[in-house]
Design a protein around this ligand. Structure first.
Ligand code: ZN
Length: 241
């Protein structure tokens, strides 16, 4: 499970090397935006034949939404990305769906089930409102760049619990419960741990394990400086914020 790669190729490479062979790759969106390697990351996702949904930055970069929705730094990066993207990459991003229902019974969106592109699920209250917006027992999402697992109680969907997720966190998903799983961000983590984040999901055993992987942050920062990205975007990578 990959998400919020944000055109950070060194982070994506590190994650792919760490994960090794997988039967399939699922990506919760925002392949581009913020980072300096958009075409390279699109090509890598295409090569993996990953299932991928669209994020707000993917849409913003190909003119799919008003850039006034973004804050100043995000907008500058979005405009840069729009100019840097090759036609093939644009076609790929434009064709991404907002939701994907997997044959094995999971839903994949970027933000939330009820607002797939924009809504952040950061609290148990917002998670509770979203459990009624999808049918599946498990929904994988991203957008906040903070890995987390929200789960319902066995009896009541209103009793939502939050599991914070650190490196190596593993869980077996229970059949009687329902889950909203934020898979974390490969290319711009915001939970204070700057290492790239991804998760391994076993759809048969219903197990999920999160991993954090070090990558050469300075390589991305150097390229961002060359391209004159806003300094806040350059510095936040080393802070994990
Ligand atoms: Zn994002």
């Amino acid at each position: 499970m990959l998400g919020d790669i944000h055109a950070n190729l060194p982070a994506l490479h590190a994650v792919l090397e760490h994960a090794g062979e997988c039967d399939s790759w699922w990506c919760v969106g925002d392949v581009v935006g913020y980072g300096p390697f958009p075409n390279e990351c699109v090509r890598a996702i295409k090569k993996l034949r990953a299932v991928c949904v669209c994020g707000n930055h993917d849409l913003g970069a190909v003119g799919g939404m008003e850039l006034t929705n973004f804050n100043v730094d995000a907008r500058i990066a979005c405009e840069w990305t729009g100019e840097a993207l090759e036609d093939d990459s644009k076609d790929f991003l434009k064709a991404l769906p907002e939701r994907y229902a997997a044959k094995t019974g999971e839903l994949i969106v970027h933000g939330s089930p009820r607002n797939p592109v924009w809504e952040y699920i950061l609290s148990t209250q917002v998670a509770a409102l979203n459990f009624s917006a999808f049918e599946e027992n498990i929904c994988f999402h991203g957008h906040s760049h903070v890995p987390a697992i929200f789960s319902t109680g066995k009896v009541s969907e209103a009793a939502v619990e939050l599991n914070s997720v650190k490196d190596g966190f593993g869980i077996t998903l229970e059949g009687e419960k329902r889950y909203l799983v934020n898979v974390g961000s490969v290319g711009q983590p915001r939970d204070g741990d700057p290492r790239a984040c991804y998760a391994i999901y076993d759809s048969e055993g219903k197990t999920l394990t999160f991993h954090r992987v070090e990558y050469p942050i300075n390589e991305v920062q150097e390229k961002m400086r060359e391209e004159e990205f806003p300094s806040f975007l350059i510095e936040r990578l080393a802070l994990g914020q």
